[in-house]
Design a protein around this ligand. Structure first.
Ligand SMILES: Cc1ncc(COP(=O)(O)O)c(C=O)c1O
Length: 346
């Protein structure tokens, strides 16, 4: 069974990883204009020319090797369907969809774990050496990682894996919300790499379902174009996202503002959690991995107050001592700390 964050019964839901500042101010006005323009009454352009142009101009790369997708989620599926690897090596713990898909398609699943030391988790790229030599393998790295929040310098990954026979899929769904990350697609992305991005996530409009996939391997991109359904993105989503991305200055400021808000609130939450004796792991993004031997009880007490956090029992290598906490609005984060203080007394 699929397992994701999101708890409809919670009064405040910290189990989802959204941009806490909410959608860009003009999103709803743009949506209204798109609706008035009749986008629901016609099929979208199945070549998505406007959307491709808007994405490639915003992210500063060549649109020929770009496939717009229904969220980062569809990009993951399409890359795996098109490449048809015999083995998928996933750097774990990580987002669960890759493994679920590998198992459903009968592809060999091979976990490779982040290592740990007293400071936290880290990626030892030499652990990927044997998979790197297999041309029928796909290595999957979520960077920044969900649920760890860890960001590994992309240059280190390129240097170590660009000469691999294997393909490498880097899922960068959280890149725009990561204060240490560079947003643009690299011109020197290695030939064997596939990049997955989410756009609706940083826009805080996840219901729009827009992301994209980029690879320099033209043959693979052609295959993906052939297997995606012709109108994989709805006309309303296409219109809203094309318009927003073409307001480049405003959207870059929006990303910057989101990053600053997240960093400030994350520090505040980390400090609060640590002062309650809860261990936190260094995060570059809009969520924190937290650990306590009493976590099961803490989660139970939080739920009694209508507060949800993401239990981590479905993540490889983590257990019931861990939860992932999404950064929310300042007043909500303060409320969480107050509830945690009460929960710790039980
Ligand atoms: C690592 C990772 N990749 C992809 C996705 C899917 O993103 P989208 O909403 O753009 O499909 C998620 C969603 O939470 C995620 O955590």
């Amino acid at each position: 069974m699929r397992f994701h964050g999101g708890n409809e019964r919670a009064k405040i839901d910290f189990s989802v990883n959204l941009n806490p500042i909410g959608p860009p101010p003009r999103a709803y006005e743009i949506a209204t204009n798109c609706l008035k323009g009749g986008v629901l009454e016609r099929y979208p352009d199945y070549n998505y020319r406007n959307l491709k142009r808007a994405i490639s101009e915003f992210y500063k790369f060549d649109g020929a090797s770009l496939v717009p997708t229904a969220g980062g989620g569809e990009a993951i599926n399409l890359a795996i369907f098109a490449f048809k690897p015999r083995r998928i090596a996933i750097v774990e713990p990580s987002y669960g969809e890759y493994e679920d898909l590998a198992r459903a398609l009968g592809i060999e699943y091979s976990p490779i774990f982040y290592r740990r030391d007293s400071k936290g988790f880290y990626l030892e790229l030499s652990d990927l050496e044997s998979t790197c030599k297999r041309e029928d393998a796909l290595i999957v790295i979520t960077n920044p990682n969900n649920p760890l929040g860890l960001y590994v310098d992309r240059r280190r990954i390129y240097e170590s894996l660009s000469r691999c026979e294997a393909k490498v899929m880097v899922d960068e769904a959280y890149r725009e919300l990561c204060n240490r990350c560079y947003i643009e697609i690299d011109r020197d992305l290695p030939e064997n790499f596939i990049v997955v991005r989410s756009i609706s996530k940083w826009l805080s409009l996840p219901g729009l379902r827009i992301g994209f996939l980029y690879a320099r391997d033209g043959e693979l991109v052609e295959k993906i174009e052939a297997i995606r359904q012709p109108w994989n993105i709805g006309g309303l989503s296409e219109c809203i996202v094309s318009s927003l991305l073409s307001m480049e200055r405003e959207m870059r400021d929006f990303i910057e503002e989101s990053r600053m808000y997240i960093a400030r609130e994350r520090e505040k939450l980390e400090r609060g959690l640590r002062s309650l004796g809860i261990k936190t792991y260094e995060s570059a993004v809009n969520f924190i991995l937290a650990e306590s031997p009493y976590m099961k009880n803490i989660v139970f007490e939080l739920e009694r107050e209508g507060i949800a956090v993401r239990k981590c029992t479905s993540f490889k290598g983590l257990g019931e001592e861990y939860v992932r906490i999404g950064i929310r609005k300042s007043w909500e984060n303060e409320k969480l700390l107050e509830s945690l203080e009460r929960a710790m007394k039980h």
